[in-house]
Ligand binder design. Structure first.
Ligand code: APR
Length: 256
């Protein structure tokens, strides 16, 4: 066991409160392109940041809806990878564990993670654009009789268009989720940062909150990120390799 791994095992074995922050990199090995990966085919000519806004949806609801239907189709075959599974295993070993994700796929749930805080929404969920029954007014689109070629369905309560449950550029994060993520980060003894470039706030502020509260930061990313300068340990490799190795090392230490 190399020294960095030994340090990570000791930090985690001595910790009661562990927080994990994940980004698109944790789903990369499941074949899900990160948001910034070039869009393929029909969508190659669009800049995704120009589609993921409420203004774009108001201007052309069908275009934006079809963009998310495309992304949902791309994500559908994806399976949780060993990184997702390792994080679910870690949760079962830690007394107080919180997984905070910027990702909008459902792979953490499907891998068995339970205490999940979603900062940017969930792409397979939909809601009323007007939040007519309160924010969020989830709508089960599968239950609506509709012409799939006609663009977004309409809310059965108020008739407004239905939109994906995604935080769009220019929108605030769900206040309760952000507050819970900030509190968990401030209370953490160890924070794992997995697969995020650390470029988008307020998610990218969470490692700073954890560090200011005395937490040790451990990063899993093949490349340096904006967070790397403040971490205690950086495993510069794919999360799907490094996280399972960490779980194995924790088991070995337990067995000693
Ligand atoms: N294991 C770990 N990290 C990886 C892997 C891997 N196998 N492959 C890539 N990475 C890293 C990249 O090096 C990069 O630092 O994952 C990071 C992905 O960065 P981004 O694509 O910027 O994704 P993310 O940080 O989640 O973006 C934050 O911005 O795109 C918007 O709202 C969207 O939630 C997203 C937010």
């Amino acid at each position: 066991m190399d020294d960095a791994l030994r340090q990570a095992v000791t930090l985690l074995n001595n910790a009661t409160r562990v927080v994990v922050l994940t980004g698109a990199g944790v789903s990369k090995e499941s074949g899900i392109p990160t948001f910034r990966d070039a869009q393929t085919g029909l969508w190659a000519r669009y800049d995704p940041t120009q589609l993921a806004t409420p203004e774009a949806f108001r201007r052309d609801p069908k275009l934006v809806w079809d963009f998310y239907e495309f992304r949902r189709e791309v994500m559908r075959p994806a399976q949780p990878n060993p990184a997702h599974v390792a994080l679910a295993q870690l949760e079962r070993r830690v007394p107080q564990f919180t997984l905070i994700t910027q990702n909008v796929d459902d792979l953490h749930e499907r891998a068995g993670s339970i205490h999940i805080i979603r900062l940017h929404g969930q792409i397979h969920r939909n809601k009323c654009f007007n939040a007519c029954q309160g924010e969020p007014t989830y709508i089960d689109v599968a239950a609506l009789a509709r012409d799939r070629a006609a663009g977004p369905p309409t809310c059965p309560h108020c008739g407004a268009f239905v939109r994906p449950d995604i935080v769009w550029f220019g929108e605030g994060l769900p206040a309760q989720a952000l507050s819970a993520a900030q509190s968990a980060s401030a209370a953490a003894e160890v924070m794992l940062i997995v697969g995020t470039s650390g470029m988008v706030t307020p998610a990218a502020d969470l490692p700073y909150i954890a560090r200011q509260s005395g937490a040790a930061l451990i990063e899993f990313n093949p490349l340096p990120s904006a967070i790397t300068p403040i971490v205690n340990l950086h495993f510069a490799e794919a999360a799907g390799v490094a996280l399972p190795r960490l779980i194995t090392a924790l088991e070995e230490r337990r067995g000693e």
